[in-house]
Design a protein around this ligand. Structure first.
Ligand code: ADP
Length: 207
């Protein structure tokens, strides 16, 4: 009895788990879209940026460390981010799947994520990249900065530094996921609903 139940759970995970990576430059709309997709597909949304910001708000040691990097628009060191992400996944053992938003952002993070999921007989189903031109993104971020209070959104030179970090460290993940046949580009320009529709169609067409 116990054994067949376990088998069912692992088969269920194997066949039905959807684990998505939302990929795109700062301001591409990852967080906005993740909040719709998690409802639609019943997934747990993990945003590393939100986790860091919560730690900063609560003045935890992790928050203090992250803040020194985030304020400059630099990435937080890999191992710190990987440990935090893995702890968050482990806190959701009943999840039907995950949306990873803002993670992975480096090849080291992507490799660690693959290894970590494999240990749990899980894997990334697809990486969905929201595409938009830099000028549009800078405008969106400066607009967001007016109301969000995020200091990294209020200064154009910090925003440009985040783009540089992205080009240098995150952009190579395109090749990483393309080699695994998991990379999908989505036009990130349009209304929020239009973009949700594009993403939904793509997710429904997987497999
Ligand atoms: P955005 O995508 O708009 O830049 P996020 O909220 O995803 O915003 O991230 C804000 C900041 O948090 C990043 O600039 C970086 O300093 C830090 N951060 C978030 N995710 C990661 C990650 N996976 N690795 C390293 N640093 C991260």
């Amino acid at each position: 009895m116990e054994k067949s139940h376990l088998k069912w759970v692992s088969l269920d995970k194997y066949f039905f788990m959807i684990n998505l990576v939302l990929f795109g430059k700062p301001g591409a709309g990852k967080g906005t879209q993740a909040s719709f997709l998690k409802e639609q597909f019943n997934l747990v949304h993990i945003s590393t940026g939100d986790l860091f910001r919560n730690n900063i708000k609560n003045e935890t040691p992790l928050g203090m460390l992250a803040k020194s990097y985030m304020d400059q628009g630099d990435l937080v060191p890999d191992q710190v981010t990987i440990d935090m992400l893995e702890a968050e996944v482990d806190q959701n053992p009943q999840a039907k799947g995950f949306i990873f938003d803002g993670f992975p952002r480096t090849e080291a993070q992507a490799g660690a994520l693959d290894a970590f999921l494999k240990e749990k007989q899980m894997e990334i189903s697809a990486t969905l990249a929201l595409e938009a031109a830099d000028d549009v993104l800078v405008e969106r971020l400066l607009e967001r900065g007016k109301s969000s209070g995020r200091t990294d959104d209020q200064d154009e030179s910090k925003i440009r530094n985040r783009f540089e970090e992205y080009n240098l460290k995150t952009a190579p993940l395109r090749d990483y996921y393309t080699k695994q046949n998991k990379f999908h580009s989505v036009n990130g320009i349009g209304s929020i609903e239009e973009i949700t529709h594009r993403l939904t169609q793509l997710i429904n067409s997987l497999n």
